[in-house]
Design a protein around this ligand. Structure first.
Ligand SMILES: Cc1cc2nc3c(=O)[nH]c(=O)nc-3n(C[C@H](O)[C@H](O)[C@H](O)COP(=O)(O)OP(=O)(O)OC[C@H]3O[C@@H](n4cnc5c(N)ncnc54)[C@H](O)[C@@H]3O)c2cc1C
Length: 470
């Protein structure tokens, strides 16, 4: 329950209509897109400006009240689950595009802007913002920045980090810092912009962002390569890169995923295939033509049973949309869908996919694997039922084995979804004790009272999962 004095002071800052603490609201904000994590906040507060956020953070720092920043709650690492109660800071009101600077190729936005809205806005004006997480129709720029989200275009264009030039951030003690700017070069001290990007709401609250834009590609072409053996598809990924071609998109779907996606999206995917690759190249027409021809040849040489170009933009869009729906399609099959994010060097994709299949067999689980294969970023997705304790124990063992394998192959426990509460037990596997120690020291310096998103990144064995905790 929200302390009455704290509630009164929050209302003084944002007004009564922006401090919500009914049971329904608490329940609605007690979970995010991550299965198995739920915990009630005391209230949801909706700031309208950086100054509001500063006042709220100062008040929470004084009263040691946890603050969980929240965009749309689509994260897959329990990053917005308020494990320690406190307030959820929702950016629904701070959703404005503040400035398009055509000379400097930048756009300045508030954190609550929906990713797709931003992409559409700049595209209508002849610019391009490439980061495109599959959740872009719902996710916010604040969430994308805090998770350093990737997307289908990540292989060629990079991830969110590569487009964040400057940030306005409220730190845990209420100080406001402005990092970077509309600058192509800036080495004035530590790179605080990069520190905040991907910090999952644990170091500061982002209240404004200056993002880099690029000219839009002149044209693009899309093709679908079909395989009767998954290894051949994975080997094609390595071969395309080895031949020094960087496609805009290089996505992988295994047989189990093709079936569920086709059942859901009905775009004519070959359900008997062992795997498909969705490949896209963009740029100047002659470059696209040349690359697509080479890619077609490589796919055939590597054993593709068919390689088809999309005949029209609407056909290409249907394929892209089908890929983006993979998680939703999986979610229709069984009560619980747990999607993971193991990432390996591109050259190890084939080995990693094989290992995931072995793990699925060993533990008797149904795992659909899809993902940004060109980035080595795979999403093994278990279709399961959280009520089946025996199966859930096997799911946990299976994921541990998958993470260990990814690390053994030079990879990581998460390529784009963040650590949150879900991966916190495994962070040390990836960065070692000294790495965790260094990260804790940074946390201590910027958020001395640990009010910002407590329980995330750093493992707390007592962290609450699975049921409403308060
Ligand atoms: C169907 C589906 C597909 C997805 N596809 C992709 C994909 O292709 N690539 C990918 O990378 N991810 C993907 N995701 C994961 C998720 O969408 C991303 O992590 C996204 O960036 C989260 O945005 P959000 O607005 O929902 O943030 P939230 O989930 O609300 O928050 C995410 C994190 O950001 C923090 N945060 C939010 N706003 C702020 C702020 N203003 N200041 C500081 N911290 C803040 C939160 O505390 C939390 O730690 C997918 C998720 C789903 C459900």
């Amino acid at each position: 329950m929200l302390d009455p004095d704290l509630k009164r002071r929050l209302i003084e800052i944002v007004g009564p209509e922006h401090v919500l603490d009914s049971n329904e609201i608490q329940l609605a904000y007690s979970y995010d897109a991550t299965p198995g994590f739920q915990s009630l906040p005391d209230a949801v507060v909706m700031p309208g400006s950086t100054e509001d956020v500063q006042k709220i953070v100062r008040l929470c720092n004084e009263t040691k009240t946890p603050i969980v920043a929240r965009g749309s709650g689509t994260n897959l690492s329990a990053g917005t689950c308020p494990l320690h109660g406190g307030i959820v800071l929702s950016f629904q009101r701070m959703n404005r595009i503040l400035e398009l600077d055509e000379e400097n190729l930048t756009v300045t936005v508030q954190p609550g802007v929906i990713t797709q809205t931003l992409c559409d806005y700049v595209e209508q004006r002849g610019f391009f913002y490439p980061p495109d997480p599959s959740s872009m129709r719902i996710s916010t720029i604040g969430g994308n920045i805090a998770e350093n989200s990737g997307g289908l275009r990540g292989l060629k264009y990079g991830v969110t980090r590569d487009y964040v030039l400057g940030l306005t951030v409220v730190l845990g003690n209420g100080d406001i810092i402005r990092t970077g700017g509309k600058l192509a070069k800036d080495v004035a001290g530590y790179d605080l912009t990069r520190l905040i990007v991907g910090s999952e709401g644990t170091l500061g609250i982002v209240t404004e962002a200056i993002l880099k834009l690029v000219p839009p590609p002149e044209t693009k072409q899309t093709l679908l390569a079909v395989y009767d053996r998954m290894e051949k598809a994975a080997e094609t990924v390595s071969e395309i890169i080895a031949q020094r071609i960087i496609p805009a998109t290089l996505e992988f779907l295994d047989q189990a995923t093709i079936e569920v996606v086709e059942d859901f999206a009905k775009v004519g995917l070959p359900t008997e295939a062992a795997a498909v690759l969705l490949i896209e190249q963009d740029g100047a027409p002659e470059v696209v033509d040349r690359d697509i021809q080479k890619i077609e040849r490589i796919c055939r040489d590597m054993g593709a049973t068919s390689v088809e170009r999309a005949a029209s933009e609407s056909e290409a869009d249907a394929l892209r949309t089908a890929r983006r729906t993979a998680l939703s399609a999986c979610a229709r099959k069984r009560p619980t869908t747990i999607l993971e994010d193991a990432t390996v060097p591109r050259s190890k994709v084939a080995e990693m996919v094989g290992a995931i299949n072995d793990v699925a067999k060993k533990y008797g689980l149904s795992i659909c694997t899809f993902g940004h294969a060109g980035d080595g970023n795979l999403h093994p997705t278990v279709l399961t039922d959280a009520r089946d304790k025996d199966e859930m124990a096997r799911v946990e063992q299976a994921f541990e084995e998958i993470f260990r394998k990814a690390i053994e192959l030079g990879g990581t426990i998460t390529g784009e979804h963040g650590v949150g509460a879900m991966k916190a037990p495994y962070l040390e596997w990836k960065i070692g004790k000294a790495g965790v120690h260094a990260m804790r020291a940074i946390k201590q310096a910027l958020d001395p009272n640990h009010i910002l998103n407590p329980g995330k990144l750093f493992y707390e064995p007592e962290a609450v999962t699975g049921e409403v905790a308060k």
